[in-house]
Structure formats: C-alpha cells, structure tokens
Design a protein around this ligand. Structure first.
Ligand code: CA
Length: 226
C-alpha cells in the first residue's frame, strides 16, 4: 500500500485529504507543522509527500529545500495558493515534482497523486540541485538561481562552492581549496581563495557581512554549513 505523508495545517483540508486518499487505498500520515513534517519526511519511508506552502514553524519551501539538501528523494506535490506563479516556479526549482493550486478538485488531486506515484522516485536527483543559503545550485549543469532568477557564477566559483559542499560541516583549508580547484599553481596565493569566498557570500548569504553558511575559521580555513 503506497504511503503518503501530508504536511498541511488546516483541519478541514487534513480531513478531506485523509478521507479521500484512504478511500483510494493509500496509507496516510498527517503532520500539521513544517518542522515536524520535515522530521517525519527525513526519518520515515514514504512514496509521496503532499506539502502545503503556508505552514506554521517552517514554510513549505524550506521543508522542501532542507529535505532535498538532506538527500530525501521522496516525490513531492506542493499545494500552492491561487495566482502565486512564483510559488510554482520556486517549488519546481527546489525539487518539487508537481504542484496543485488551491482550491482544487479531489479528482484533480487524485489524478496528480497517481501520476507522480507512477513516475516513482523523484526525477530530480538530490545531488544535482542543492540548496546552499539563498542559492539553488546545480553542479552538473553549472547553473545557479536565487528566488527563481538566474545568478551568474564563474566555473571557478562553482568549483570552490562544490568543494565546500562536498566537505560540508568540515574545515577546509585555503591550501586544500587552492590545490583542489586550481591545482598546484605557484602564482596564486591563499588571498585568491579569500576573494572567491567573498564573492560567493555576496551571492548566497542572506547577510554577507555576517555569514551563516560559509564560515571563517580563523587560522584554519572555511567551513560550509547549510
Ligand atoms: Ca496552510
């Protein structure tokens, strides 16, 4: 029996979704809050998640972003508000598999659920598009976006960010970054690395003067935290 996780806070919507999905033979779990929904999505085994955008404690986009960043590949259908085109674009960019606009008919929702389940695991590989700070980065395609808009990045900027990404949570020294990204080139100094870090912070940090994602460890190097 396919297992569906519904992350939605409105009681009437919770009841309607549960009743109708159960009639169709799905095993339904409901979470009414973004944070607990994310925990359940990360720890449980689900074939599909139906995720509302407007949620208490953690918005649906952040649930999706953090789940994908953590490697969760469960397909996601987002419930977006009427007329919110940006929601649709952002949701798909962050790795949603489909979206449905409120108010929707149950017949439409069930058709979407069946279609996404038929496609199986998410078409968006977790490692292809990742969320780092404000950026959604695709290291395979060398593209980056912020709030649905393309962000210009040089190949070397991608390489520096990718190296940090691959070592997230660990201290990476300037020398490690130099040899990983530029190879052994005597003409470059660790100052080069610092300049790239400054540019990356401008692009992905909510407040570049007070970095929360690319941290400086004085005398040691840099550390990426999500
Ligand atoms: Ca809601």
């Amino acid at each position: 029996m396919p297992r569906i996780l519904v992350i939605e806070d409105e009681p009437a919507m919770q009841r309607g979704l549960r009743d109708n999905l159960e009639i169709e033979g799905y095993d339904v779990t409901i979470e009414g809050d973004g944070r607990t929904g994310l925990e359940e999505l990360r720890s449980g085994t689900y074939d599909l998640t139906i995720l509302d955008v407007m949620l208490p404690s953690l918005p649906g986009f952040d649930v999706l972003r953090q789940a994908r960043a953590a490697g969760v590949t469960t397909p996601v259908i987002m419930l977006t508000a009427k007329g919110e085109e940006i929601d649709r674009v952002l949701g798909l960019e962050l790795g949603a598999d489909d979206y449905i606009t409120k108010p929707f008919s149950l017949r439409e929702l069930l058709a979407r659920v069946k279609a996404v389940l038929r496609r199986g695991q998410s078409a968006t590989p977790a490692v292809s598009a990742v969320a780092i700070g404000l950026l959604t980065v695709d290291f395979t395609a060398y593209t980056a976006a912020r709030n649905g808009m393309d962000v210009e990045m040089t190949p070397k900027e991608f390489d520096v960010l990718k190296h940090l990404w691959e070592h997230q949570g660990q201290t990476v020294t300037r020398d490690q970054l130099l040899s990983a990204v530029w190879g052994y080139d005597d003409s470059l100094s660790t100052r080069t690395v610092d300049n790239f870090i400054l540019r990356l912070r401008q692009k992905l940090e909510p407040d570049p003067g007070h970095p929360r994602h690319i941290l400086t460890l004085h005398g040691a190097g840099y550390k990426l935290v999500l």
